[in-house]
Design a protein around this ligand. Structure first.
Ligand code: DP6
Length: 327
């Protein structure tokens, strides 16, 4: 029909975190961030605009074949509104999204979802966006999604308005890998959006976190350039702990850690003391992600499994950026 498109995108994990917005409506972050897009954790989304009937104002959303309404639909419709505005079009859409995750992750990430939606919706609306424009559009759906436009490593420039806040690809001489330790697949109790807002508004540590984040990013980029994974890992681990410190000191506090998270963090330390690169990072949930190299990933995975019986452990190499699919 020409008003239909399908796109896939992979989830990314932040090495230097985005945590807190300067503009909530446009999703302009308080700090720049750095990420790695991962293989295997993929969302494929189709968008069809109905230009024949009259607009009812109701889009339809299916996630893994079950229809969704409420908040999930609202967020999707809000992004579709941006696309309809850009294209000067007024038509209802049907969106259908499938997550192909190799295991029940609790990593059902908004980063792959909104990157795929932005690509499929803009293409279905007849827009031809370049990567930067696509990154800015994906950002409007979920901040972290602007980084999933790119394969491998991506840097999201915080910027100060819609035009200046976008991600770009960063060349990385290191073959990095991420080993995911599944502590719990349960849904988080406090959405990251709310947790972020609470950290900005009430944590006494928040300003220090923004300052140290800028420093962390500079040093991380330097370590990447030098190909120094140990230096990068140490910064990545410390940056994640800083983010969790700001949420734990929010009022009321936000604590995503479970006892298993602490056990996993200790196991990561032990694996590293055994001479391997293994550096922990955590997001808005209890799972622990371990930065290592492709060369060491199988041994890190093996040692973590041995140290953490009963936990699922999976490793991921770097994955591709967003791509359109022909159907
Ligand atoms: C901890 O991108 O999900 O994963 O912009 O409100 O949709 P919204 O938030 P989201 O937050 C990601 C937070 C994080 C860190 C990161 O990915 O940088």
């Amino acid at each position: 029909t020409g008003y239909h498109a399908v796109a896939s995108a992979n989830a990314n994990i932040a090495l230097i975190k985005y945590w807190g917005k300067a503009d909530e409506a446009l999703i302009i972050p308080r700090m720049s961030s750095l990420s790695l897009t991962l293989a295997d954790l993929e969302t494929t989304t189709s968008v069809s605009f109905d230009r024949s009937g009259r607009r009812t104002g109701h889009d339809r959303l299916y996630i893994d074949d079950s229809e969704r309404e409420g908040k999930a639909l609202q967020r999707v419709s809000a992004l579709l509104d941006v696309v309809r505005d850009m294209a000067g079009m007024d038509a209802d859409a049907v969106v259908s999204s499938h997550n192909t995750m190799p295991y029940e992750a609790g990593l059902a990430s908004s980063s792959s979802a909104f990157a795929a939606l932005a690509a499929a919706a803009s293409h279905a609306a007849g827009l031809q966006l370049d990567e930067r424009e696509l990154s800015r559009l994906a950002r409007r759906g979920s901040g972290s999604a602007c980084r999933s436009v790119y394969g491998g490593m991506a840097l999201w420039h915080a910027g100060h308005d819609d035009a200046s806040s976008y991600a770009e690809h960063i060349d990385c001489p290191l073959d990095l890998a991420i080993v995911v330790i599944l502590v719990s697949g349960e849904q988080k109790k406090i959405p990251s959006r709310e947790a972020m807002r609470r950290s900005v508004q009430t944590s006494a540590l928040y300003d220090a976190w923004v300052r140290s984040g800028a420093d962390d990013l500079e040093q991380a980029l330097e370590a990447v350039k030098l190909g120094d994974v140990a230096r990068l890992g140490a910064i990545v681990q410390s940056n994640s702990l800083g983010m969790h410190a700001t949420m734990m000191t929010a009022r009321p506090p936000v604590m995503y850690w479970l006892p298993g998270s602490v056990a996993a963090l200790q196991a990561v330390d032990e694996v590293r003391q055994g001479g391997l690169n293994a550096w922990a990072t955590m997001d808005a949930g209890p799972n622990v992600k371990v930065l290592t190299t492709q060369r060491e990933a199988a041994r890190v995975e093996h040692d973590l499994r041995a140290a953490l019986p009963g936990f699922e452990v999976h490793s991921h190499v770097a994955g591709p950026g967003v791509r359109l699919r022909t159907t």
